[in-house]
Design a protein around this ligand. Sequence first.
Ligand code: GLY
Length: 358
Amino acid sequence: MSRISRRRFLRVAGVGMAASTLPSFASSETARRPFSADAAGSCLAISSANGIASVAVARALVLEKAMRPVSAAVRGVASVEADENDMSVGYGGLPNELGVVQLDSACMDGPTHNAGSVASIEDIMHPAQVAELVMDHTDHINLVGPGARQFALDYGFKAENLLTERARGIWLKWRAQRSGDDRLWPLLDTVPADPALAAEPRPWGTIHCSVLAPNADLGCCTTTSGLAFKIPGRIGDSPLIGCGLYCDNEVGSAGATGRGEAAILSGGSWLVVERMRAGDTPEEACLYALRRVAQQAERGARWQPALWKDGQPNFGLTFYALRKDGLYGSANMRGGGRFAIADEKGARLENCAIAFGQ
Ligand code: GLY
């Protein structure tokens, strides 16, 4: 699940994390295993399982084109954004409750500690690329809705219909089964039995991709069509820095897929990176964040009981983490999940650690 990287890259690049850069505010509990100051990164890309092709592309772009990690991540996920069969991302994504596809995406660049995002953007197939333009060509971070769409058009993106016939058919079935005005959790059970949706009562798909370059620079992006049948304008964690993604070039990069509300309420990706800063391995950091989410969900279940079932959170959430020294890991809330990794041995899927369950 994790690997030791080649130290020579940092030495060659003259990049390192001096012990003095470790935070002085680390508690004795979190500082139990300080981050190795002379560790170095190899070239790796990690993503959610739907990014098995993306991680290979991202890694190749860094190695063969010397592309910065954030741009490699954005280009790596492009094939998933364009894949009509992935109904959680981009083209073919499941629409909101009015049948309109609204996409969320963000990216973050380690060396500059800059980020860009678009949320609730319509008609644009590659929101991650728009987020990258926001990052590089504005001093803003978040653009939303019509403003984000116009920004994309200004930069030459085409307006396209992103609602496929298959997604429209699923939305029609969902709409036919829907009753009442309540948008709390019980409505989530009213999803049609489409095989693509079998794993979740109501899918939160998404792709996250984090990339580490040989010089130990980091970058990441997350892109999604968000919660299926969401209230129009609902924004998930994916376009929110610190929630659906976060990157600190001194430490590592992380992202989330799954129930976005939980990643928002926990500041989940930021928490994973900060745990790595304090000495956690990536997998430990992901598990820590999931346990924090679980504590919060148990409290939340007092007003939304369906969040909690059989002594554990009743929703899916997965964190992915890549540390600057090349260690990587992932964990999910309830088991059964996999993530994609690409390193010098190629691209493959590995099992996520499990916070609850078997
Ligand atoms: N994690 C994706 C979303 O909740 O929108």
